[in-house]
Design a protein around this ligand. Sequence first.
Ligand SMILES: Cc1cc2nc3c(=O)[nH]c(=O)nc-3n(C[C@H](O)[C@H](O)[C@H](O)COP(=O)(O)OP(=O)(O)OC[C@H]3O[C@@H](n4cnc5c(N)ncnc54)[C@H](O)[C@@H]3O)c2cc1C
Length: 447
Amino acid sequence: MTRHAVVLGAGIAGLAAATTLAARHDRVTVVDRDTAPTGPTARDGVPQGRHIHLLVPGGLQRLESLLPDIADDLAAAGAGIIPAPEWRFHMGGGRVAARDPSLRITGATRPLLEQVVRDRVRALERVDLLQGWSARDLVTTDDRATVTGVRLQSEADPAQERHLDADLVVDATGRGSAAPRWLADLGYTPPTEERLSVGVHYTTRLFDRDPADLGGARNVLVDIPPGQRRGGVALAVEGDRWLVTLMGMLGERPPADLEGFAAYAGSLWVDDLHRIVDGATPVSEPARHAFPAFAWNRYDRLDRMPGSFAVLGDAVCSFDPRFGQGMAVGIAEAIALGEVLDAHGPATVGPRLAEASLPVVQDAWDLSSGAVLAHPEVEGPRPLAWKATTAYLQHVLPVAHRDPEVADALIRVIGLVDRPQALMHPRTMWRVLSGSLGRDAAPSAAA
Ligand SMILES: Cc1cc2nc3c(=O)[nH]c(=O)nc-3n(C[C@H](O)[C@H](O)[C@H](O)COP(=O)(O)OP(=O)(O)OC[C@H]3O[C@@H](n4cnc5c(N)ncnc54)[C@H](O)[C@@H]3O)c2cc1C
């Protein structure tokens, strides 16, 4: 008997999980309903893939720990690895002065990013990719206590079914995961779902890029300030192109026609995106995407799950995409999966993984939902802790526009490198306090 793990879903979280499992199982089969394109083109199973997908610094760092030298592979495939000094990050009424070059993001389209990661994972000796098959149901022992496999259905011929035996099944099928239904069908309580409605809409186009644009900057973020509904991001991607995503929230929809797109970019509180788009040559059709709400399946609150079954990635929690957290959180969960299996084996992997990954999911949720709740029109709970954090951030942001040390500390938190409490480090608090009082870089702190 060999030990066989099955990962459902070959998105970023599934590929990261397969990497973790390949170091611990004799065989790993990654199942996806899509058949991956041979080149870096968008695919149906990941409709969000036509829009900006960057790995924040904490995501890239974690991916490199799973797949050493992946940044080199990405660069060799034409992607950028973009350090903080090349960003123009506009939030809180100014430009964040980050300068630490070790804070890096990816500059690639999602199809290229996924292709490079997929190629690395497929090259692992123990990993097979089974494409064109959709997960239908879990198979369990008679007492339903342990998952022993999964039933699949062919995408090409729905009458065709097959069954894979497995010692471990990991669900990484994304936001549409059927795991809550599978658990209910097996007699388990499904997770409750926490939601936060944001009504976000994306419109994205590719444009030719002149490397001299915006002084050579390769990433621009124009955040949506409270009281407004419009923002956007531009990312320099492979092939000397700008991937420009315009965003609206609370139902605001950026237009798709070129003239309307440019006018929308021109209506933002900073004109960087308009400078890129105005008069530039589009090299793609527009793509649109609606993201109605954050959704968190609270597996961490379940008392019971069948053994040898775990869930990760967007199947657990999908965050407002404007904050670029989803892939990084999925990768962090994949790393936690390995730690849980090493410490406890597969029998209790589901609840233990939910518990082990709770800090990173909670941090990402608090950061992005916290920012969204600063918009008074958004409906949701605003507990005392949120009020205190929001009040502190109102001091951090203006100082981060002038003080690179505070800016780097802020980016490390937003980029999921450090936990939010790092912003409460006495040195950072001192700089924030003295900066707020108009005494930037107080002598004792600058030493
Ligand atoms: C518009 C938009 C922009 C975003 N931008 C960013 C960003 O900049 N940075 C970032 O980190 N995150 C971003 N995200 C979030 C990111 O897309 C997700 O968090 C991330 O892709 C989650 O990965 P996943 O592997 O869990 O799910 P997915 O990437 O959705 O992959 C799920 C996979 O499962 C497969 N699948 C689905 N059902 C089945 C089934 N029944 N059987 C077999 N296979 C199945 C699908 O084909 C797919 O391959 C964005 C999201 C949106 C909507």
